[in-house]
Design a protein around this ligand. Structure first.
Ligand code: B12
Length: 217
């Protein structure tokens, strides 16, 4: 295993072990070793979150561990965030983003927000548990290029369709591109509900947003 692979594995394991000190140390080592910050997030810490999710499914971890894993990830993000600024993608557009109604998961959304900002986007972050009405109001108020939605629960992903329907009813649907993401989201689902794209991770999502904005310019 190369030094870089070893550091990414340490980032992953620190999340799984809910070890804040270890994640901070591994995040610093990642920067020192020249690993791009986004890679440390996606290929290190986010991989750890996947394992945490599996352990929860298997009954080995409980809600308390999920919360601790979320906190550990936030501490790691805090170390890496300042280094994301040197983003290699350059494009300026405006994005309204939120986690849909009923859903409180925001770690993945926050990764997307961080990478969007690093790529020079103006981001209006509506937070979690965002209703269709709130999305519509935000689009009216901010006139964004893109609406981005996150859902982590199979029971809340249906809210995305409600948001799109509400945008249609308000005559705003064709003014924006819509991208959706989160663990249960697939390109097929995006197509079914009339979104423009689905992204499997934040890097892919931000790349897509950049393409849309560049095509406009
Ligand atoms: C951490 C966590 C929590 C934390 C959330 C803390 C927080 N502040 O977000 C807490 C403890 C609060 C929590 C609560 C619950 N959770 Co939870 N949680 C997780 C866990 C372990 C990790 C999620 C995570 O943060 N992953 C890391 C991030 C980086 O990944 P991500 O979110 O997938 O995001 C990436 C991509 O999907 C993408 N992305 C995400 N959003 C978007 C948006 C756009 C626009 C784009 C482009 C990309 C994109 O980019 C991100 C980065 O690359 C998952 C398991 C899993 N494997 O997903 C379960 C999981 C999502 N939770 C689950 C459940 C059941 C719950 C609860 C119902 C538990 C309970 N009994 O109360 C509650 C629901 C609360 C609610 N109403 O929302 C289930 C969902 C099952 C299902 N299929 O519906 C999962 C899958 C666990 C499991 N295996 O059973 N949870």
């Amino acid at each position: 295993m190369s030094n870089k692979e070893e550091i990414l594995a340490r980032l992953r394991d620190a999340i799984v072990n809910l070890d804040i000190e270890a994640v901070q140390k591994a995040a610093k080592d990642a920067i020192d070793a020249g690993i791009p910050a986004y890679k440390a997030i996606i290929e290190g810490m986010a991989k750890g979150m996947e394992i945490v999710g599996k352990k929860y499914e298997d009954g080995e971890y409980f809600l308390a561990e999920l919360i601790m894993a979320g906190e550990t990830m936030k501490e790691g993000m805090a170390v890496l965030e300042p280094y994301l600024k040197a983003g290699d993608i350059k494009s300026a557009g405006k994005v309204v983003i939120g986690t849909v109604r009923g859903d409180l998961h925001d770690i993945g959304k926050n990764v997307v927000v961080t990478l969007l900002k690093a790529a020079n986007f103006e981001v209006i972050d509506l937070g979690v548990d965002v209703s269709a009405e709130q999305f519509v109001e935000a689009v009216k108020k901010h006139n964004p290029d893109i609406v981005a939605m996150s859902a982590l629960l199979t029971t809340t992903m249906i809210e995305m369709e409600n948001v799109i329907e509400s945008l249609k009813k308000s005559g705003l649907r064709d003014k924006v591109k819509i991208i959706i993401g989160g663990a249960p989201i697939t390109p097929e689902y995006a197509k079914k509900i009339g979104a423009d794209a689905a992204a499997k991770d934040a890097v892919e999502g931000v790349r897509r947003c950049s393409e849309w904005v560049e095509a406009k310019q």
